[in-house]
Design a protein around this ligand. Structure first.
Ligand SMILES: Cc1cc2nc3c(=O)[nH]c(=O)nc-3n(C[C@H](O)[C@H](O)[C@H](O)COP(=O)(O)OP(=O)(O)OC[C@H]3O[C@@H](n4cnc5c(N)ncnc54)[C@H](O)[C@@H]3O)c2cc1C
Ligand SMILES: *[C@@H]1O[C@H](CO)[C@@H](O)[C@H](O)[C@H]1NC(C)=O
Ligand SMILES: *[C@@H]1O[C@H](CO)[C@@H](O)[C@H](O)[C@H]1NC(C)=O
Ligand SMILES: *[C@@H]1O[C@H](CO)[C@@H](O)[C@H](O)[C@H]1NC(C)=O
Ligand SMILES: *[C@@H]1O[C@H](CO)[C@@H](O)[C@H](O)[C@H]1NC(C)=O
Ligand SMILES: *[C@@H]1O[C@H](CO)[C@@H](O)[C@H](O)[C@H]1NC(C)=O
Ligand SMILES: *[C@@H]1O[C@H](CO)[C@@H](O)[C@H](O)[C@H]1NC(C)=O
Ligand SMILES: *[C@@H]1O[C@H](CO)[C@@H](O)[C@H](O)[C@H]1NC(C)=O
Ligand SMILES: *[C@@H]1O[C@H](CO)[C@@H](O)[C@H](O)[C@H]1NC(C)=O
Ligand SMILES: *[C@@H]1O[C@H](CO)[C@@H](O)[C@H](O)[C@H]1NC(C)=O
Length: 479
């Protein structure tokens, strides 16, 4: 029996390799679906965009389904013929593991919908929605959901690993507001997972969501928009004389950071002045009156420049368009921190300075994202696989370069800084807290989802995706 199965599967694989994508899939799909072989002139229009050229997946072709039914057929045919694939939207997924992926790109762009239902107080987004697409509809409805920052990142992609952003202090993680998904599973079936139907699957999708199917729609509970949709944003730039003072001030806020204040620190280098700079971006989702204290504290730390603006939330998110670029090599990695250790942060600043000086082609940056984590909108821990609730600050390192010779030293820099930050993170050394969506790719499932979650997670993986056709970028291991 087993022999027969293998023979059939091998025959199917051989058939799939020799026939065109058009003849394999075309007859079963609606006319609006676009199919491109790697060598077709329209391949670049059919494949999803990619943020980073560092170790990208090797596509064997691309397909852009027009309807949910097409997507079901594509998965059914691909699985039956052993054609490996990866569904993509924003194209921001990047890690050592993504670089080993070889298969057909399924571009979800056509499922770009955002539907607000005031009656049920929910917003439902389609698989093609980017974070930039939800800003105006939510603003106009006077609503908010916990969301990521960069407009070109996929809404569902960011959410299903956790979902963090400047409003996390107020509303929690994306998974906290995610109450229902529709997904195409490995058999091509369309399934709902919500709090009463396949609730165990919803648990797994709240943190390991790329592993169980292609989610066609995700529904979130909305909150009232903070401060009637107005905010105050500030950007303060500090030089090396002032950086330690900034880190010390950040440590003072460890237990008292207000929920309405999202903070990002970034270390970068100016190649004209040869100075390493620490930029502190603050997004204050409240009025000017409560902002003034923060403003004065930031000024007292001696910035070399400061800029403060009253904005609407639409302006706030429009201003975060930097990371929509494509074409550079960008590798990223992370570690979660439970406390601010000023001396370690200063060491990171100094290590970056040495690296910038040694490698003139390097334009990377290292970020610390600090959001309050004491809000009351969290979904109970046992309803989400996302494990690292005690993370206060997310370190996100981004190596950016164009000379491939920089790959080795930049990877070594990332690993060195990660180890250093982990040592003073306040977390047990055998329990690195890795936000899976920022992973470098060498950390493993225990660091992404927590040791105690793995048995249940792999049980669900065996049940819903026994052949492991989904989640190739962040795979749940077999046990
Ligand atoms: C510049 C930048 C900024 C970022 N900012 C934030 C941020 O503010 N907050 C945050 O939480 N994260 C952020 N991230 C991380 C981001 O959440 C992840 O990279 C995420 O995986 C990107 O999703 P995507 O759709 O853009 O990428 P893709 O590469 O298209 O997809 C990533 C993974 O998600 C899977 N996937 C995508 N859509 C679906 C779907 N509908 N159903 C099932 N699986 C799906 C893909 O198969 C793949 O495994 C950022 C990343 C970058 C590079
Ligand atoms: C399926 O394809 C993979 C490569 O994509 C190959 O390694 C594997 O042997 C194939 N399996 C079968 C049963 O044909
Ligand atoms: C593209 O590749 C396919 C499959 O390998 C081949 O059949 C086809 O002739 C090629 N087309 C062009 C335009 O080269
Ligand atoms: C969950 O989905 C099922 C199937 O679609 C539906 O019958 C049920 O009402 C949903 N539950 C909730 C809480 O919405
Ligand atoms: C940093 O800027 C201050 C002025 O704000 C200046 O006095 C100091 O010399 C600068 N430090 C360096 C290292 O340039
Ligand atoms: C969270 O902490 C902040 C700062 O200490 C405090 O103002 C706020 O009330 C706390 N929120 C909750 C829900 O405990
Ligand atoms: C670097 O510093 C110079 C001189 O102050 C300034 O003109 C330039 O805009 C800076 N470059 C960047 C990328 O910030
Ligand atoms: C910055 O460094 C470069 C390369 O070492 C050097 O050529 C340049 O003169 C320096 N500029 C300043 C302002 O020090
Ligand atoms: C200050 O910030 C606003 C809004 O982000 C921007 O438009 C403006 O150019 C900035 N001004 C300076 C001097 O950097
Ligand atoms: C922001 O608006 C408040 C009034 O709400 C005003 O007092 C303050 O000066 C404004 N700040 C800036 C930088 O424009």
């Amino acid at each position: 029996m087993r022999f027969l199965y293998q023979t059939l599967a091998l025959a199917a694989a051989a058939r799939a390799a020799s026939v065109s994508l058009e003849s394999l899939f075309g007859p079963y799909l609606s006319p609006g679906t676009e199919i491109a072989e790697l060598n077709d002139t329209d391949f670049d229009d059919v494949v999803s965009p990619r943020w980073s050229e560092w170790r990208p997946p090797s596509w064997t072709g691309a397909i852009k389904p027009a309807t949910e039914k097409d997507l079901q057929e594509i998965v059914r045919i691909a699985v039956a013929n052993n054609v490996s694939f990866m569904a993509t939207n924003g194209g921001h997924g990047t890690s050592l593991i993504y670089g080993t992926v070889n298969g057909l790109d399924i571009n979800l762009e056509n499922f770009n919908s955002v539907d607000i239902d005031l009656e049920s107080n929910t917003v439902t987004v389609g698989a093609g929605a980017k974070l930039g697409d939800i800003t105006i509809p939510l603003y106009e409805a006077g609503k908010a959901i916990p969301r990521g920052n960069s407009p070109c990142v996929g809404v569902i992609g960011a959410t299903i690993g956790g979902g963090i952003g400047y409003e996390t202090g107020l509303f929690g993680l994306g998974v906290d507001a995610l109450t229902s998904v529709r997904l195409v599973t490995a058999t091509g079936a369309l399934v709902t997972a919500n709090t009463t139907h396949n609730a165990d699957l919803l648990w797994a999708i709240r943190g390991a969501g790329a592993n169980f199917g292609i989610i066609t729609a995700a529904t979130f509970t909305m909150s009232p928009q903070p401060n009637n949709g107005n905010a105050v944003i500030g950007s303060f730039v500090y030089n090396s004389t002032a950086s330690l003072g900034v880190f010390e001030y950040l440590a003072i806020l460890d237990d008292v950071l207000p929920p309405e204040l999202g903070v990002q620190l970034s270390v970068s280098y100016n190649r004209t002045t040869n100075e390493t700079l620490l930029t502190v971006d603050i997004k204050h989702f409240a009025g000017w009156d409560t902002f003034v204290d923060h403003f004065e504290s930031a000024l007292a730390l001696n910035p070399i420049s400061a800029n403060v603006t009253n904005v609407t939330l639409v302006q706030l998110y429009d201003g975060l368009d930097g990371p929509c670029q494509t074409g550079a090599y960008i590798s990223g990695g992370t570690i979660g921190l439970g406390r601010t250790d000023p001396a370690t942060l200063q060491e990171v600043f100094d290590d970056m300075t040495a690296f910038y000086r040694q490698y003139p082609g390097y334009i990377g940056q290292t970020l610390f994202q600090r959001y309050a984590n004491n809000n009351t909108l969290k979904t109970p821990a046992h309803t989400a696989v996302y494990p690292w609730r005690d993370t206060k600050m997310f370190w996100l390192h981004e190596n950016i370069y164009t000379d491939p010779a920089l790959e080795k030293p930049t990877n070594e820099l990332l690993v060195k800084l990660r180890k250093k930050l982990h040592a003073t993170s306040g977390f047990p050394q055998d329990q690195p807290h890795i936000y899976v969506n920022y992973a470098f790719g060498d950390e493993g499932a225990e660091a992404w989802w927590g040791e105690e979650n793995l048995p249940r997670l792999s049980f669900l993986k065996r049940r819903w995706d026994p052949k492991g056709v989904f989640g190739r970028g962040t795979p749940i291991p077999r046990f």
